[in-house]
Design a protein around this ligand. Sequence first.
Ligand code: ATP
Ligand code: MG
Length: 622
Amino acid sequence: MHEYYPLIVVGLTLILSSVLFAAAYLLYKRTKAPGDENERKMSDGEVIRRLLRYAKPYRFHFLLVLAVMLLSTCYSIFSPILVGQIEELVKNSFDLPELYRLLAVYASLLIVSLICMYVQAIVLQKTGQKIISRIRLDTFSHIESLSHIQLNSIPVGKLVTRVSNDPNHISYLFTNILVNLLKNALVIVGVLTAMFLLNLELSLMVLCFVPFMAVITVIFSKYSRRVHRRVNNATTEINTFLSENLSGIKITQIFNREEKKTADFRERSQTLKRFKLQRTFVFGVFRPVVYMLYIASVLCLFYLGGKGYIQDQHFFGQVITSGTVVTFYLFISRFYNPIQELAEQFDLLQRSFASAEKIFSVLDIEPAIRDDPDAVDLDSVRGEIEFRDVWFAYKPDEWVLKGVSFHILPGQTVAFVGSTGSGKTTILSLICRNYEIQKGQILIDGIDIRKIRISSLRSHFGQMLQDVFLFSGDIRSNILLSKEGVSDEEIMDVCRYVNADSFISKLEKGLDEPVRERGNNFSAGQRQLISFARTLIHRPSVIILDEATANIDTETEVLIQDSLEKIRTIGTTLMVAHRLSTIQHSDNIIVLSKGQIVEQGTHQQLLAEKGKYYRLYTIQTG
Ligand SMILES: Nc1ncnc2c1ncn2[C@@H]1O[C@H](COP(=O)(O)OP(=O)(O)OP(=O)(O)O)[C@@H](O)[C@H]1O
Ligand SMILES: [Mg+2]
């Protein structure tokens, strides 16, 4: 009986300490105020189901990985046994041929395992990256399908994080976590089985450590999940702050707000630093604790194993040899590594799920503007536009347009006039269905725009917006916007037509001249001319022009005026002009005030009416 005592003492000590540890944790948890638990809305099951849908086309790749992984797991289980046998052989018989045989088996096992690991890594990386680029693409194209109102409601920094950071976390899931979770679970089960088959007493000893490990792991995963979540939120916060403030950095400089902004940034950066340190601390505690347990079990092994071997004790009829001790020594490290990895990976798994959920919640936003099931394509557009009692609000019940009605005949030039905020830009964006109207009807050539396919509708409109946006690239790509099959001559013809040729031909590289982000290496007037060329190259039937209020030099202004005169002859033209002198020749001038039409008619008619237009005109002409 006395040979069981050491084992019983070890077992009891460990179980007692785990109970104490768990009790202390539960007590501490109860006293803690409810924290930042930012809970998930989707169940793990749903997230997994949706992720699997992305992985499904690659199921054979995953099966291959599974097979290869099983092979490499064999190495973890059999190599300690082989080492034990070699140890016995070296000690007892010096049977050289047998030694060579064992070494050969060991080497082959190792080589097979290394090849397996290589194949596994390559296949997984490739598959993972394919899945992720699919997810990234879906997310991006979904974001593109959202309406302007929906896009306005999500900060750009958040969208950037959704498309760039979050897929990386998911990619880790496919390339590492899932496989490692499975592999580690297999290794643990395999090693435990092999241990029990080899020696009962030493296996029971190792098993005594398991409850303690379990308690530590549960506590660790709780804390690590919390710090991971904090780190993620702080990162998104920084991204959002950066994307907004880097765009507006010039304003910050002009208003001398650098210090204030730096202070804001420092605050966010320090929050991130604090949470990252917390994460380091949590891992910094967990790893040494696991290592300590490992050392403790090795010491117990040497004590029990050594004692059993030296005193030649029997435990349920089993004896302990020196080979058993060596094998168990290796088994223990094979046993602890996966446990530590499992705990750490379980947490990464949660992190991937959290990222997946965030991506899915973006994918779940229903685009507010969709094609009607029986929407038609328009082959050509004559350019008749009618608004029938249109009501529109950006925010519920804050009407920006209140019962606007007008009728534009094909080929007419119509100008919208009114004080700032009266709804001019809004009317222009409604025609292309950038926003959905709440009441009334908008008709193009007599067809309700909700019955026309959005892409077809927009292809007939050339919109030149108040603030011209240029993409980074070169002038050619900014004019073409991925339209294909256009020669440089055609581009230059269009540029000549809108008077953009003179400045482009003066550039060192002409059409290849690089355009920096947002086109900030060009003047406002030049950007405007590029946008004219961009619009015309797409051959629109209806031209929509929201004139920029930016000050431009007189020379460029003359160029722009001249191009506008020409552009008007292309088709129906709707324009907002701030200088009333430029719209005198319009067929119709619509005067807006607070979202309603207050006057309309030709320049002469409106002057004769002596109303709002007359007042505006006399102010401008002095
Ligand atoms: N994206 C938006 N979200 C919420 N409200 C908006 C949005 N865009 C414009 N508004 C509001 O709608 C009203 C009309 O704006 P709109 O841009 O049509 O004016 P505008 O006549 O073009 O003015 P401006 O001459 O200054 O260009 C304004 O009161 C503005 O505050
Ligand atoms: Mg406007």
